[in-house]
Design a protein around this ligand. Structure first.
Ligand SMILES: Nc1ncnc2c1ncn2[C@@H]1O[C@H](COP(=O)(O)OP(=O)(O)OP(=O)(O)O)[C@@H](O)[C@H]1O
Length: 236
């Protein structure tokens, strides 16, 4: 599937109470690529990601995904605040795999592989909701990875994490990418956007102002709004 279009947002619009929160948003996510969506608070980034993941229906336009049925591209989403079941770490992983229709030894093997890969073995029997924020986000990432998505959507995945946990998540994301997974994420951490982004979409007040390779965006943003956003970066 390398290079294929996994997801295409076509002219997405979203209105609530007569206010246009997204307007004419179109972009593509190709297999194995890393796309970062940047923009100020309230620009509509989370809303757009939720629409792309099928959690909210757009008012206009549509989201087209690659493939159909069992050949459909698989997608997973990781949120800013992980959503965990009131069960053990292992049971949270197992539940996600059961929802995928996996059963028996396959499910168990995937579950154990995820615990192993993300260093969660020592926490496997603990209540997931009792874990620290960083541990929960690691579990959220493990749970997403266990479902073998072609595309992983992440909404500010490290905004509440300390530098070590952030590093761990970033390293995992780069490994996923090296294994061929496509990533679409939002962040306000511009260092993170530089480290992880291959392409940048800059969203401002519900509209895309720039779609560009990441190095070009950071060295020579075209729009006044993007220049202003980047100029606000804290340098200490
Ligand atoms: N389902 C919804 N229904 C109505 N309004 C919504 C919905 N989701 C988001 N909004 C509104 O859309 C606007 C954009 O919100 P969104 O969370 O997408 O911004 P954001 O770019 O992710 O901001 P931040 O950087 O602060 O997280 C906000 O005014 C929010 O209240």
């Amino acid at each position: 599937m390398s290079g294929d279009c996994l997801l295409r947002a076509e002219n997405i619009g979203f209105e609530a109470r007569g206010v246009a929160l997204l307007r004419g948003v179109s972009f593509e996510v190709r297999a194995g690529r890393r796309l970062v969506i940047l923009g100020p608070n309230g620009a509509g980034k989370s809303l757009l990601l939720r629409i792309c993941h099928g959690l909210i229906a757009p008012s206009q336009g549509r989201v087209v995904r690659a493939g159909e049925g069992v050949r459909a591209a698989r997608q997973a989403m990781v949120f800013q605040r992980p959503v965990m079941l009131r069960r053990s770490v292992r049971a949270n992983l197992d539940h996600a795999l059961a929802l995928q229709g996996l059963s028996g030894p396959d499910r168990k093997a995937r579950c154990e592989a995820a615990l192993e890969r993300f260093g969660l073995m020592p926490l496997a029997g603990r209540g997931a909701r009792l874990l620290s924020g960083g541990e929960q986000q690691r579990l959220a990432l493990a749970r997403a990875w266990a479902t073998r998505p072609d595309l992983l959507i992440l909404d500010e995945p490290t905004s509440a994490l300390d530098p070590a946990s952030t590093r761990l998540i970033e390293d995992s994301l780069l490994q996923f990418s090296a294994e061929g997974m496509a990533l679409v994420m939002t962040t306000h951490d511009l260092g993170q956007a530089r480290r992880l982004g291959e392409e940048v979409i800059f969203l401002d007040r519900g509209q895309i102002l720039e779609t560009t390779p990441a190095p070009a965006f950071f060295s020579a943003p075209v729009s006044r709004e993007a220049r202003g956003y980047l100029a606000g970066e804290l340098l200490w």
